[in-house]
Design a binder for this molecule. Structure first.
Ligand SMILES: NC(=O)N[C@@H](CC(=O)O)C(=O)O
Length: 428
C-alpha cells in the first residue's frame, strides 16, 4: 500500500527546517519527499495547511498492563496515544507484577504486538519489585526488549545501589531514567510546599525533595559515566542543576511534562484531585524556568507522564487520591498553545523534543522523515481550536485538570509503519 501525503507543511527536526512538500510512503517506509510528487496508485491524503512531522514519541507513559487494567490497558492506552498523535510510547514498569524480569517485558512486548495501535517500548525496573533492595536482571530485560531502566514513582533511595545500577547500565549502554524524589524529604506531602499548601492546609513537598536527588544522580552519572535521563523536571533548581551538569559534559538529559510548563500550584485551589501529581505542580517561577530550560536546550524532551487512574480512585478526599494525571490526548494542544503559539519554542524545536530527541535517548531508529525511515508520521492541524472533553478520550483515565480548556493545535492523523491508525480523532 502506497500513501501520498500532499501539500502539508513538513517539519524536519533533524535539519530544523519547515517547508511545504509532499511525502510518498511505500511498503511502510518513507520513499521520498519533494514538491509536486505523483504516484499512479497511491492513496492520496490532501493536507494543505497541516503540519507533517515524524511520528511523535512519548518516552514516559503508564499503560498499567499487566495487573492494573481498571486504570488502562495496552489496548486503550495505545489508542489514546494514537489520538494524541503519538506513534510510539515507552511504558513505565510500575505494573502488577512490576516489569522487573524478562518474562514481564516479553509479555508486554507480545501484548503490544497483538493489541497495540502504536509502537510500545517497555522500560524495565532498576530493582526487583522497584523496592530499592536489590538490582533487577537488567541484562536479561534489555535482551528481551527493555529500552531503558527506571524505578519510576519509587526512587532508588540507596545511593550505593543506584551507583552499582548505573555501573551495570553503563556496561549495557542503557540509559537510567530517574524519578528524582527523596522520599524522606517529600515526607508524605500532597502538593508543592509553599504559600498555597499553607493556605489550603495540605502537607507540602519541598522543591528540595526533587533537587537533592537530581544533584545526587548527576554526581553518580558523572562518577560512573552512565547515561542519565531526569524524568519530569518540576523545579527551577532542577533545571539549573541539569544546565550546569550539561555544561561540564555530564551525560545527562531531561524531560518536562506539559502540566509542569502550563500549571502552577494555584490549580490545586478547589481541591480537584486531578491536580494531584508527582512531582507536584510548582510555582510560577518554576514554570518560567522550565520554559527557559526548554528554550535553551537544557530540557531535551517533552513527555506526558500519562498516569491514568479510575474515577473511583480519584473521587475521594485530596489526601487519599493517588498521584497522576492523563496526558496523551492533550499534549499536542498544550505544546502548540503554550509553547509554539506563545513563542517559547520554534515549531522545529518543539517537534524535536517530541520525536528525534526521545528516540535518540532510547536508542530507537525513529524520529526522522528521511528516505528509508519507517513511515511513522503525525499530521497536526495547527489552526484547529478545540475544547478538552475527557468524555472523548480513548484512555480509560479521565483524570485531567484541563477539562473545558480551549486549546489550539489538534492531531489530525497518526500513521504507523505507513498505516493510518487515527484520522480526525477516530482510531481506525
Ligand atoms: N506521576 C504520577 O503522579 N503518578 C505515577 C507514579 C509516580 O511517578 O509517582 C503513576 O504511576 O500513577
Amino acid at each position: 500500500m502506497n500513501l501520498l501525503i500532499k501539500g502539508g507543511i513538513v517539519v524536519d527536526p533533524v535539519s530544523g527546517t519547515v517547508s511545504e512538500k509532499d511525502i510518498l510512503v511505500a511498503d511502510g517506509k518513507i520513499a521520498g519527499s519533494g514538491v509536486g510528487l505523483h504516484h499512479p496508485d497511491a492513496q492520496v491524503l490532501d493536507v494543505p495547511g497541516k503540519l507533517v512531522t515524524p511520528g511523535l514519541v512519548d518516552m514516559h507513559v503508564h499503560l498499567r498492563e499487566p495487573g492494573l487494567e481498571a486504570k488502562e490497558t495496552i489496548y486503550t492506552g495505545t489508542r489514546a496515544a494514537a489520538r494524541g498523535g503519538f506513534t510510539a510510547v515507552a511504558c513505565m514498569p510500575n505494573t502488577r507484577p512490576v516489569a522487573d524480569s524478562a518474562a514481564v517485558i516479553i509479555s508486554i512486548v507480545n501484548r503490544a504486538a497483538a493489541d497495540g495501535a502504536v509502537r510500545v517500548y517497555p522500560v524495565g525496573a532498576i530493582t526487583n519489585g522497584s523496592l530499592g533492595q536489590e538490582m533487577a536482571e537488567m541484562g536479561d530485560m534489555k535482551q528481551s526488549g527493555a529500552v531503558a531502566f527506571s524505578d519510576d514513582g519509587m526512587p532508588v533511595m540507596d545511593s550505593g545501589l543506584m551507583r552499582r545500577s548505573m555501573q551495570y547500565a553503563k556496561m549495557l549502554n542503557a540509559v537510567i531514567i530517574s524519578h528524582c524524589e527523596d522520599k524522606k524529604l517529600a515526607g508524605g506531602g500532597l502538593m508543592h510546599e509553599g504559600d498555597v499548601s499553607t493556605m489550603l492546609g495540605l502537607k507540602g513537598i519541598p522543591a528540595a525533595a526533587e533537587e537533592v536527588m537530581v544533584a545526587r544522580d548527576i554526581l553518580l552519572a558523572e562518577d560512573t559515566g552512565c547515561r542519565l535521563h531526569i524524568a519530569h523536571v518540576s523545579t527551577a533548581g532542577s533545571v539549573r542543576l541539569v544546565r550546569e551538569a550539561k555544561s561540564r559534559g555530564v551525560r545527562v538529559t531531561a524531560e518536562a511534562a506539559p502540566h509542569h510548563f502550563t500549571l502552577t500550584d494555584q490549580a490545586v485551589i478547589g481541591y480537584d484531585t486531578s491536580t494531584k501529581v508527582n512531582p507536584p505542580l510548582r510555582t510560577a517561577e518554576d514554570v518560567a524556568e522550565i520554559r527557559r530550560g526548554l528554550a535553551d536546550g537544557t530540557i531535551d524532551v517533552i513527555a506526558t507522564d500519562h498516569a491514568p487512574h479510575t474515577a473511583e480512585e480519584k473521587d475521594v478526599e485530596y489526601e487519599l487520591a493517588p498521584f497522576g494525571m492523563v496526558g496523551l490526548e492533550t499534549a499536542v494542544g498544550l505544546v502548540w498553545t503554550e509553547l509554539v503559539a506563545a513563542g517559547v519554542l520554534t515549531l522545529a524545536q518543539a517537534i524535536a523534543k517530541m520525536t528525534i530527541n526521545p528516540a535518540k535517548i532510547l536508542g530507537l531508529p525513529l524520529g526522522s522523515l528521511g528516505a528509508g525511515a519507517a513511515a511513522d508520521i503525525t499530521i497536526i492541524d495547527p489552526a484547529a481550536a478545540w475544547t478538552v472533553d475527557p468524555a472523548q478520550f480513548a484512555s480509560k483515565g479521565r483524570n485531567t485538570p484541563f477539562t473545558g480548556r480551549v486549546l489550539h493545535g489538534l492531531p489530525y492523523a497518526t500513521i504507523v509503519s505507513g498505516r493510518l491508525v487515527m484520522r480526525e480523532g477516530i482510531v481506525l
